[in-house]
Structure formats: C-alpha cells, structure tokens
Design a protein around this ligand. Structure first.
Ligand SMILES: *Cc1c(COP(=O)(O)O)cnc(C)c1O
Length: 377
C-alpha cells in the first residue's frame, strides 16, 4: 500500500440499496396517528426486511415506536450491542442454549409450551435470574404457539413461578387479505375469546395480534399493540384507510452505467446468447447481478430506468453485471440506473419484480444481500 492518508468508503461501490429515512419515519408517524391507542411494534427481522437492521431500528426508536420485534436472538443481540434501548421481542421459538443470552441482553422472548417454560425456569433458578416473556397462542396458523385450549394452563404455570415477568400475549394471522377474510375473523375471535377468562382479563398484559394486514383491514385486531412490518416499510394494499394513504416505500436499488457499446444487428448478448439484436443498437452494462440478489430469472424480462425512461434487460443476468438495450437513446457511462424505485416520472416497483419472481414483496426486499451497501438519505 502506498503511504497516503486514505480510507476506503463503500460509497464508491457502483451499486447500492438506497433508503429514504424521512419516508420511513413518516410511515411510522402515520401509523401512530392512525392507531391512536395501540402501542406500535416495528418488526426489524431479516435485516429490517433488507433495509438494514441497525439504522432502521435507530430510526424507529427516534420516532414514536414502542417496541421492536426480531425473529432471532442473534438479531436482538446486534440491536443491544448498537445501543438500542427499546423493548425488543424475539418472536422465534426458544432454543435451550439461548436462554442465558436472551436474559443477559434484556430481550423479551416467546414461550408457548410448558416444556420450554420448564427449561427457562430451571436456568433462572440456577443463576437466580428473572426474564420477560410473551405467550404466543396459535389461533389458526399451525406454526408456533400454544393451543387456545392449553393457554390457561401455561399461563397458570408461568404465574406460579416468580422468575417470569409476563409482559404480553400474542398470536399471528395466517391470512387477512381483505375485510371479509373469514380465517382472519376467526383468528381474531379465537384470540378475543381468551380474555373471557377472568384471570386473563384481570392481569395487565400487552395483547397483540395484528400484522400489516391486521392493521389495514380489522380494527377489531388492534388490541393493545400492533406489529406492522410491511406497512412501516411503505407497502400498503388497496383499499387503504385514508390516514395511511401517504405511506410510501423507502427502498430503492440503484447503480451506475459501467460500460457502453454499439452492437451490430444479429449479435448475441451475454451467456448463452439468449438475446439477439434485431438492428444496430446501444447496449449498456450495469454492475449488479445475481451475486447481489438480482436473480437471473429476470433475464430478458425486467426493466430498469435510465434518464427517466424504461429500458429492457437483455440476455442473461450474470453474477456481477447485466446488459440493457437502450436502442438509439442517449446515455453515458456513470449515469444513474434505477433497478427498483423512481426516476423522473417512471417507477419500477417491488411488486413488479415480485411478479417476475412469482413471489411477494417480502421475498424481493430480503433478497438483496450484503454485497450491496445500504445508503441512507
Ligand atoms: C413478520 C411478522 C410480523 C409483521 O408482518 P407484516 O406482514 O410485515 O406486517 C408480525 N408478526 C409476526 C409474528 C411476524 O413474524
């Protein structure tokens, strides 16, 4: 290395995920205004849906957010190590070898069986500890959670042991895609029915059920706290209650043109020559590929934005780059390319990419990996 004062900045990387922090904070404020009474818990699992765990958690903490939720211990530890002080709920099922860490890092965790409760109680007794927990009830998803009919028994077991501070009780909706979704309505009814039991009615537990769909479609699902992930990141479905109408995505994927060439008619482009030019044309190369999570199934299908216009990806997407046919339009090396997001009047939406992937928004957002630096604006 030559001896001059220099620090590498990943800002020189020619492809990145760009997060609009003021939009994210605005989304949370809109939710807060809309909900009025309920506490708001922002799920930041899976690297905050691909947005970046720590910066999003910090932004949520600076806004009116009351709780954070993660899937795993690992994510909770990272939050605590970065100085997040909000209550953090670990949603995923408990593993015995994680108990001490969960307590050590002041993470609230989920208990949904007497078996797991016993493991925790033993550890607490051994080390003279207490822990903060939420009971998860399965109201119809058949994933994790204690059965409705066994909830009271679990609750009684927990209340008899001093090591447990029971902070909340929750469940999760399996559907909830519209106002009349009968499974969601049944889950809400099942969850509400728990609080007919006098013991559960008397204690002050944070009751929480609604994810984003729950918030959008069922005011009866709000209870004491809600856990809207997708809505906080800016994705709403129509019809959307008016106060939430200006919720908007804060996630873009961008790059810069790395190379420009004029290609003659009848030439094959990229691996396997899956695209042939039909006339002389201009091909630009973008330095991002499936190695960043921009999957090769988008080859010859998706579009990107350059100078406010849509242009098609041509040929196979490679590991680190892909090609775009700009016809006889003008573009220069270094021009900004929008892979997801807005440019001028045009927009490539996450939903659009999700359709090509044959999946949903969640999977597209979490598919961009750590090779792409996150830039916060
Ligand atoms: C991920 C998750 C949420 C958030 O779901 P969205 O659909 O993004 O609102 C809420 N609750 C639980 C238990 C989850 O796992």
């Amino acid at each position: 290395m030559q001896n001059f004062s220099y620090q590498y900045s990943h800002h020189s990387h020619p492809a990145w995920v760009e997060i609009n922090m003021s939009q994210f904070k605005k989304n949370i404020s809109l939710l807060k205004t809309y909900l009025q009474k309920s506490l708001i818990c922002i799920p930041v699992k899976a690297n905050a849906y691909g947005h970046g765990l720590i910066p999003m958690a910090k932004a949520a903490q600076e806004t009116a957010c009351d709780y954070l939720a993660v899937a795993h211990l690992q994510e909770g530890v990272l939050l605590r190590q970065s100085g997040i002080s909000l209550p953090i709920l670990v949603l995923g099922a408990l593993h015995e070898e994680q108990i001490l860490d969960l307590i050590q890092f002041d993470l609230e965790f989920t208990i949904s069986s007497i078996y797991k409760a016993k493991l925790v109680a033993q550890k607490c007794q051994q080390y003279n500890l207490t822990c903060k927990i939420h009971i998860e009830v399965d109201t119809g998803m058949q994933r994790t959670g204690v059965r409705i009919e066994s909830t009271l028994e679990l609750f009684n077991y927990l209340t008899k042991r001093e090591c447990f501070l029971i902070k909340g009780i929750y469940s999760h909706l399996a559907t909830g895609y519209h106002f009349k979704d009968s499974l969601a309505l049944e889950q809400i009814k099942n969850f509400s029915s728990l609080f007919n039991h006098t013991i559960l009615k008397k204690v002050s537990l944070i009751r929480h059920l609604a994810n984003s769909n729950g918030v959008l479609f069922f005011s009866s699902a709000q209870f004491d706290m809600v856990r809207p992930g997708l809505l906080a990141y800016g994705y709403k479905t129509d019809p959307c209650p008016l106060p939430l109408a200006s919720i908007s995505p804060c996630f873009s994927v961008k790059s810069k043109i790395a190379y420009f060439k004029v290609v003659e008619e009848g030439k094959g482009v990229s691996y396997g020559h899956s695209y042939f030019t039909s006339k002389q044309t201009r091909i630009v190369t973008i330095p991002l590929g499936y190695g960043d999570g921009y999957r090769s199934s988008l080859s010859n299908r998706a579009y990107v934005l350059i100078r406010g216009r849509r242009f098609p990806i041509v040929g196979k997407i490679c590991m680190d780059q892909f090609m775009v046919d700009i016809g006889n339009s003008e573009a220069y090396v270094g021009d900004e390319v929008v892979i997801i997001g807005k440019q001028g009047q045009e927009e490539v939406t996450v939903q659009e990419i999700a359709l090509f992937y044959n999946t949903h928004i969640y999977e597209v957002l979490t598919s961009f990996n750590e090779r792409l630096p996150r830039r916060y604006i």
